[in-house]
Design a protein around this ligand. Sequence first.
Ligand code: ZN
Length: 150
Amino acid sequence: MALDDIYKEVILDHYKNPRNKREMPEATLRCSRNNPLCGDEITVFVLTEGEKVQEVAFLGQGCSISQSSASMMTEAVSGRPLEEVHRLIREFRGMMAGDVDPSEEELGDLVALRGVVKYPIRIKCAVLAWDVLQEALEGGTGEATGARPH
Ligand code: ZN
């Protein structure tokens, strides 16, 4: 199987079976944003304890890239010290900007999204969950622009 096909499988798997997709009432931080270009919506829930991110969950809807990126993100950052989470955010953004060669050890399944770099319009989809996570960690709550009836 070609590498691109393996990546596609990983993305589809996270899209169809999202990890940590649930409301987290005990979250200490939460933030919501959408990507009007594609109609993606993501809410991120973060449970912090001291300098550690204990757990991250998300809710959302939208394209496979945005939702699988959120699912992979929750797996990558849960249980890590804040400092490492910020490093992962930088590394992921660097990969999507095409100027960081991602380390599979650090990013895990997320390297599957590197193929998206070829489609500039989809980069926003891939980065959305990470924007929301970063904003949540900085104390923001986002904009309730996705507040339309479902
Ligand atoms: Zn999208």
